[in-house]
Write a protein that binds this ligand. Structure first.
Ligand code: ATR
Length: 286
């Protein structure tokens, strides 16, 4: 018999995603794919935690044997108060999407959304225009992540347009350091010609939402159009961009690569977005 008791399951490495609601999360499929790939024995579960139950979940997470967990809507900001340390980028975003639990139960918070977006952009379009401003549409948490990610690149400027202008102004003031300008939502079409990269972070184009209306007639030929929406995978915006011959990036890679950065934080392994994984995910999408 092995020296380890049969009851000893300390070799198991488990993680989870918490949110409310949490139906149809693709994260278990993604992380369990990587666990198998790198030979980790464990599981990744989607746990519905209602807003009133976050404190209880956090208190019991270490005892549950979790190495860490992802955090999604509506807990990304509220989670901060329960953490022992918060990485500077997550602090700047005011949102945490990844929590690591150390062996002694200490909780550290990170935000991998911006890294996921930029890493996927660089992997899909290595030569995206760095000499022109980017245009971000939207001003929610995803827009803030996109802006922080893109500001780490050598772009001259990041323009941001949002239906509610004040929210775009808040982001530009809080993180722009003079490299962000706000464009009126109604003026977004006029900003297209100047943009080397256009990123939709609004909910427009998602299944059940209106499409994003954006006139791409005057976009430069080398402009890249990135939609972080992945349900559906090919939004009307991306279809339209393709009809103008523009390069496009869909939202699936951002989802996967923010997960890859979390996986690295928890387990120390570098994992990526292989064709194998894309095929598995696409089979789950509408
Ligand atoms: P997340 O945190 O995931 O980015 P969010 O905070 O709900 O999500 O942000 C949704 C974004 O979609 C916002 O920029 C929102 O614009 P407002 O700030 O004006 O609400 C944008 N959005 C939602 N419905 C929209 C619509 N019909 N037209 C334009 N923008 C819309």
């Amino acid at each position: 018999m092995s020296k380890k008791s049969v009851m000893d399951n300390s070799f198991l490495k488990n993680a989870a995603v918490i949110g409310f609601p949490i139906t149809q999360s693709l994260s278990p499929l993604i992380h369990e794919h990587w666990m198998e790939e790198v030979g980790i024995v464990g599981s990744y579960s989607a746990v519905e935690v209602d807003p009133g139950a976050l404190a209880d979940f956090v208190k019991s997470a270490h005892a549950k044997g979790l190495s860490g967990f992802n955090v999604t809507v509506p807990h990304k900001t509220e989670i901060l108060q329960y953490l022992d340390t918060v990485a500077p980028l997550a602090r700047q975003m005011g949102a945490v999407n990844t929590v690591k639990i150390s062996a002694d139960g200490k909780l550290s918070g990170f935000n991998t959304d911006g890294i996921g977006l930029v890493n996927h952009l660089k992997a899909s379009v290595p030569a995206f225009p760095l000499d022109k401003p980017a245009l971000i549409l939207g001003a929610g948490g995803a827009a803030r992540a996109a802006a922080l990610g893109l500001l780490t690149e050598k772009l001259p400027m990041v323009m941001i347009a949002n239906r509610t202008r004040e929210k775009a102004e808040k982001i530009a003031i809080e993180i722009g350091r003079g490299r962000m300008t706000v464009v009126d939502w109604d003026e977004r079409n006029a900003a297209v010609a100047a943009a080397g990269l256009i990123v939709n972070t609004t909910v427009l184009g998602m299944t059940g939402q209106h499409p994003l209306v954006l006139d791409l007639t005057h976009a430069a030929k080398d402009t890249v159009v990135y939609d972080i929406v992945y349900k559906p995978l090919e939004t009307d915006l991306l279809k339209n961009a393709k009809s103008f011959g523009l390069r496009t990036v869909d939202g699936l890679g951002m989802l996967v690569l923010q997960g890859a950065a979390a996986f690295k934080i928890w387990f120390g392994h570098d994992v990526g977005f292989t064709a194998d994984l894309r095929a598995k995910l696409e089979a789950q999408l509408p």
